[in-house]
Design a protein around this ligand. Structure first.
Ligand SMILES: *[C@@H]1O[C@H](CO)[C@@H](O)[C@H](O)[C@H]1NC(C)=O
Ligand SMILES: *[C@@H]1O[C@H](CO)[C@@H](O)[C@H](O)[C@H]1NC(C)=O
Ligand SMILES: *[C@@H]1O[C@H](CO)[C@@H](O)[C@H](O)[C@H]1NC(C)=O
Ligand SMILES: *[C@@H]1O[C@H](CO)[C@@H](O)[C@H](O)[C@H]1NC(C)=O
Ligand SMILES: *[C@@H]1O[C@H](CO)[C@@H](O)[C@H](O)[C@H]1NC(C)=O
Ligand SMILES: *[C@@H]1O[C@H](CO)[C@@H](O)[C@H](O)[C@H]1NC(C)=O
Ligand SMILES: *[C@@H]1O[C@H](CO)[C@@H](O)[C@H](O)[C@H]1NC(C)=O
Ligand SMILES: *[C@@H]1O[C@H](CO)[C@@H](O)[C@H](O)[C@H]1NC(C)=O
Ligand SMILES: *[C@@H]1O[C@H](CO)[C@@H](O)[C@H](O)[C@H]1NC(C)=O
Ligand SMILES: *[C@@H]1O[C@H](CO)[C@@H](O)[C@H](O)[C@H]1NC(C)=O
Ligand SMILES: *[C@@H]1O[C@H](CO)[C@@H](O)[C@H](O)[C@H]1NC(C)=O
Ligand SMILES: *[C@@H]1O[C@H](CO)[C@@H](O)[C@H](O)[C@H]1NC(C)=O
Length: 815
């Protein structure tokens, strides 16, 4: 009864009773209906004749025959039948159906001055946010435009929307700096500008937003010090400033933000001591400080905070693992990686109930306590790059919840406990770079989840093991003492993407059955004792991008069918299709808005070792999809190089050196347009170097030495830069600019140059100088390209890009 009473007294019911008397139609105003219809046309195109499209987006109710737009889906009105809310946050926008959506689509909405809530997310709207337009929407309380492609800077007019309580522009391409007027939004409770390109300093006026409860500026390019005024935000519960370029010390005023539950400062340039009060907040649950230049001294008093998540990565911790952590009884996630911690694995830590434990890159030693694995909810254990030793405890199989176990780069020895096969949920197992030695391999349960298994750089011996579950995608066994033939069972692994067996003692021919593993992207058999010829059918491995058969005893001809390796022909420059799409990076990190790139440091997986421009290089495993390699060097291959290999347009590195190849360099090599490194040295190649090589504009490394080549070295903008004489030595009469041996036909050119009136000597010096500069500028070409792409986030695998910064505890630790 009480409820009904208040309902009757409310102005709402009063108006509902009155409206029929004053208005013939209980509808939204005509101009509002038209604005929404116009908006729809701009968004979807004119779909009046295409109701499929309407249905797809649930916008079928938005039609001109339906007069009351208040009844339309995603639209809400007030009691005066004026549109107050538009929520398109649940529309999944399907790009292929639509050309680019620009920010002009919003124009019709700027007439809806009654709007108080606008959610337009994940539509991939391009272009700038209209300041003039939003200045009209003075009643806005909520504005959510996250996950679009808005660019430009935030228009100052947004900061004049005094009623605004929630503003979310995260995950756009917004640049510029933050305007001082930001402080005018005095009612703001939530401000999310993370994952943009915002530069400059955080304005002092941020301290005026005293009603703020959630502030996220992470993943931008903010620099300068964190303003002291931030401490005025005493109601803030979650503060994300991580992944910027913020410098200076942690401001003492943060101490005043007594409500803080989550504080993320990681991956900035902060320096100085970590104040002990930072560990004393009453409600603090998550603290992220890693990736700065901070230093945490000795903690003497037991901190008051009871953390769920504590990341003290690279905080200059030394000595033993601090004992005060044993009082952190709620701890679920602990990252102490990249410090100088030493001593043994503490007993109290082995007995704790931590779910995620990351201690990599320290100096910890001794053996692992068996108690550590007697906890079924230990999900992730990363102890890589320490000095742990001894055998793995037999209890390891009791950690049946384990998803990720990384123990690489330690001194573990002995054999692998058979119980490891009980870890049915284990997806990623990295035991590389240890001293394990055994010829017995655990027999993994066929139903186990293993995807990635790395045993490389150990002392395992015996036959190549195949006792993995058939769903395994990556098996890395390089740098061991495995011997015998390649086992036929390898063909049963129908998801296999990456096999690395290099530096072992494997014998026999390359078996034809290997060509049945059609999912294979990477095959590395370098430096074994393989003989016989290269199977013709190898070209049926259509996904193959990296093939390294170098340093074996392979003979016979290069099969022309290699030219059919589709993976080396087609451009698969699709950054989202990582070879490791299946690699189980835990949802935990993704929710926390991390990207695959953030898995540097503790997450470092084994690089793929290859020879690139004669140097041993590690290709980072996260980015392997970017590379295309074909290395057949140091074998006994003979005959001519098949002409059809020129179709491998996507090939970046091609090495046929140190064989017995004869005949000419195919003209078609000029079509290898992606080629950056070509090594044909130490063969019996004769004839002239095809002039078509001048078309290889990406080429930055060329070695044709130790052949029988003659004639004019091709010239062209790129060829002229490849002027290291060593690349051409020991041939049968090469000439050209690059080696400063003029060709017969060119003997007149100096004269013509002299006619131009420039002293000859200076000219040639200039030429050398500019070549030199060009070479220096180019030598690292490929890798710096990779680096730049890396920095601009090119490699962020889209499906993993993940969200969200607001971690919810109930979902946080679930897989
Ligand atoms: C949409 O198309 C219909 C006919 O298919 C036309 O009558 C109408 O004017 C168009 N509307 C707009 C806004 O272009
Ligand atoms: C127009 O919308 C109304 C509801 O608002 C719906 O009943 C009707 O079927 C829609 N008409 C079309 C042609 O989709
Ligand atoms: C969007 O979807 C979620 C869950 O799927 C639902 O709870 C919410 O009410 C939806 N919002 C709108 C505006 O449809
Ligand atoms: C602002 O609203 C008024 C009234 O609805 C309208 O006439 C005007 O065009 C709007 N301004 C912009 C920039 O859309
Ligand atoms: C924003 O994007 C649009 C279209 O994508 C482009 O034309 C415009 O130049 C960009 N503006 C800025 C400031 O980058
Ligand atoms: C906003 O912040 C600035 C700098 O901290 C301060 O000078 C100014 O008085 C504040 N304005 C209001 C209205 O609080
Ligand atoms: C961060 O600062 C460093 C040095 O101060 C600079 O080299 C780097 O480019 C900056 N990064 C960004 C994203 O602004
Ligand atoms: C805001 O912070 C500054 C710097 O810490 C301080 O001087 C000022 O008194 C604070 N203002 C309020 C209203 O707390
Ligand atoms: C790291 O800690 C040591 C003391 O353990 C100290 O001497 C050193 O200055 C610290 N380094 C930095 C960068 O703060
Ligand atoms: C393994 O132990 C040896 C000596 O016991 C030591 O020299 C070596 O550095 C250790 N390896 C690692 C990775 O710590
Ligand atoms: C690794 O630990 C062994 C003893 O287990 C010790 O002899 C050796 O010096 C340690 N190496 C390093 C690099 O700490
Ligand atoms: C390449 O594949 C095509 C079609 O599958 C086939 O016709 C051709 O003979 C193959 N080329 C070589 C050199 O094997």
């Amino acid at each position: 009864m009480a409820k009904l009473g208040t309902f009757l007294e409310s102005p709402c019911i009063f108006m509902i009773m009155l409206i029929p008397w004053f208005s013939p139609c209980v509808c939204c105003p005509r101009y509002q209906k038209e604005s929404l219809l116009q908006f729809k046309v701009l968004l979807l195109g004119n779909t009046s004749s295409n109701s499929d499209m309407d249905l797809l987006y649930g916008l079928e109710s938005w039609n001109s025959t339906s007069d009351d737009c208040c009844q339309w889906k995603y639209v809400a009105c007030d009691y005066l039948q004026k549109v107050t809310a538009l929520d398109l946050s649940n529309i999944t926008f399907f790009q292929p159906f639509k050309t680019l959506v620009t920010s002009d689509v919003l124009t019709p909405l700027f007439r809806l001055q009654t709007l108080s809530s606008l959610h337009i997310c994940k539509i991939d709207i391009h272009g700038e946010i209209s300041g003039v337009g939003f200045a009209n929407l003075t009643n806005l309380v909520e504005l959510f435009m996250d996950e679009n492609s808005f660019n430009g800077s935030i228009p100052p007019q947004l900061f004049s929307l005094r009623h605004l309580e929630r503003l979310d522009l995260s995950e756009n391409l917004i640049g510029g700096t933050l305007d001082n007027n930001l402080g005018d939004l005095s009612n703001l409770k939530e401000l999310s500008l993370d994952n943009n390109l915002i530069q400059g300093k955080i304005p002092l006026q941020i301290g005026n937003l005293t009603n703020l409860e959630a502030l996220s500026l992470s993943h931008n390019k903010l620099s300068g010090a964190i303003p002291l005024q931030i401490g005025n935000l005493s109601n803030v519960l979650t503060l994300y400033l991580n992944d910027n370029n913020l410098s200076g010390q942690i401001p003492p005023s943060i101490q005043k933000m007594e409500q803080l539950q989550i504080l993320a400062l990681e991956n900035n340039l902060l320096s100085g001591d970590i104040p002990t009060w930072l560990l004393d907040f009453k409600n603090m649950q998550e603290l992220y400080l890693g990736g700065n230049k901070l230093s945490l001294g000795k903690i003497i008093i037991v901190p008051r905070s009871k953390f769920f998540v504590l990341s003290l990565r690279s905080c200059n911790l030394s000595g033993e693992i601090p004992f005060w952590l044993s009082t952190q009884t709620f701890l679920l996630y602990l990252d102490l990686s990249e410090n100088n911690l030493e001593g043994n694995f503490p007993k109290w830590l082995a007995e704790s109930d931590i779910l995620y434990l990351i201690l990599s890159s320290n100096k910890l030693s001794g053996s692992l306590p068996s108690r550590l694995f007697q906890f079924q909810r230990l999900y992730i254990l990363i102890l890589s790059s320490n000095n742990f030793s001894g055998p793995l405890p037999d209890t390891i199989g009791e950690a049946i919840g384990m998803r990720i176990l990384m123990l690489s780069n330690n001194n573990f020895s002995g054999s692998l406990p058979a119980s490891i096969s009980n870890m049915l949920k284990l997806e990623l197992l990295d035991l590389s770079s240890n001293q394990f030695s055994s010829n017995e391999f655990p027999i993994f349960n066929p139903n186990s989840s293993l995807v990635y298994a790395d045993f490389s750089f150990n002392k395992f011996f015996g036959n190549v093991p195949v006792t993995f579950p058939l769903t395994t995608e990556v098996i890395l066994l390089s740098h061991n003492h495995f011997s015998g033939f390649l086992p036929q069972c390898l063909t049963n692994f129908s998801h296999m993407k990456y096999l690395d067996f290099h530096d072992n003692n494997i014998i026999g021919e390359i078996p034809v059955f290997l060509t049945e593993i059609s999912s294979l992207h990477i095959l590395n058999l370098r430096n074994n004792f393989l003989n016989g010829s290269i199977p013709i059918n190898l070209s049926s491995l259509s996904a193959l991008q990296i093939l390294d058969l170098s340093i074996n005893n392979l003979d016979g001809k290069i099969p022309p069918s290699l030219g059919n390796l589709t993976g080396m022909i087609n451009d698969h420059d699709d950054s989202s299709s990582s070879i490791f799409s299946q690699i189980p990076f835990p949802s935990f990190w993704l929710q926390e808005n991390r990207k695959l790139n953030d898995f540097k440091g503790s997450w470092q997986l084994h690089d793929l070792e290859v020879f690139w421009k004669k140097l041993k290089q590690g290709l980072p495993s996260q980015h392997l999809q970017m590379y295309t390699f074909l290395d057949l060097s140091s074998n006994q291959l003979s005959g001519e190089i098949p002409d059809c290999l020129g179709v491998m347009k996507n090939l970046k590195s091609f090495n046929l050196s140190n064989n017995k190849l004869s005949g000419k360099i195919p003209m078609s090599f000029g079509d290898l347009q992606s080629l950056e490194s070509l090594d044909l040295s130490h063969n019996n190649l004769n004839g002239e170097i095809p002039q078509t090589l001048a078309k290889l504009l990406q080429l930055s490394y060329l070695d044709l030495s130790n052949n029988k080549l003659v004639g004019h070295i091709p010239s062209g903008p790129q060829m002229d830069r490849l002027n290291d004489p060593n690349s051409y030595t020991n041939n049968s009469g090469l000439c050209g600019l690059q080696i400063q041996i003029p060709c017969e036909s060119e003997k007149f050119t100096p004269k013509t140059k002299q006619k131009q009136g420039k002293p000859k000597k200076r000219k040639s010096w200039e030429t050398w100088f500019s070549w030199g500069m060009a070479v220096i500028g180019y030598s690292s070409g490929f890798f710096s390209t990779i680096l730049v792409m890396y920095v601009i986030g090119y490699f962020n695998a889209a499906p993993l890009q993940g969200r969200r910064r607001h971690i919810r505890h109930n979902t946080l630790f679930c897989f």
